[in-house]
Design a protein. Structure first.
Length: 114
């Protein structure tokens, strides 16, 4: 089964940018919808952005206009470019397909703080 490994998180000041990567151990070309999710302390995991195999994207209202999701099927990798980061973006970020989910990776911590 495909395993997912997220990377690229870190500590960034408000207004800053980060680029997250999600490397899959197998092909994602047959997976129509890949997405990014996040879980803040004390909150449930929430959907952030989705990209289809054809490149169509959709975003949660909270990140629309600031985040950009993309995928490279040749590299089996999904990206999340995060701009104009806010404190409320602080969370562990995960990638996965739409349900039914693959096994969740370990995620990557994003902390937005001055």
């Amino acid at each position: 089964q495909v395993q997912l490994v997220e990377s690229g998180g870190g500590l960034v000041q408000p207004g800053g940018s980060l680029r997250l990567s999600c490397a899959a151990s197998g092909s994602i070309s047959s997976i129509n919808r890949m997405g990014w999710y996040r879980q803040a302390p004390g909150k449930q995991r929430e959907w952030v952005a989705i990209v289809t195999s054809g490149g169509t994207t959709n975003y949660a209202d909270s990140v629309k206009g600031r985040f950009i999701i993309s995928r490279d099927n040749a590299k089996n990798t999904v990206y999340l470019q995060m701009n104009s980061l806010k404190a409320e973006d602080t969370a562990v970020y995960y990638c996965n397909r739409l349900a039914p989910y693959l096994p969740w990776g370990q995620g990557t911590q994003v902390t937005v703080s001055s």
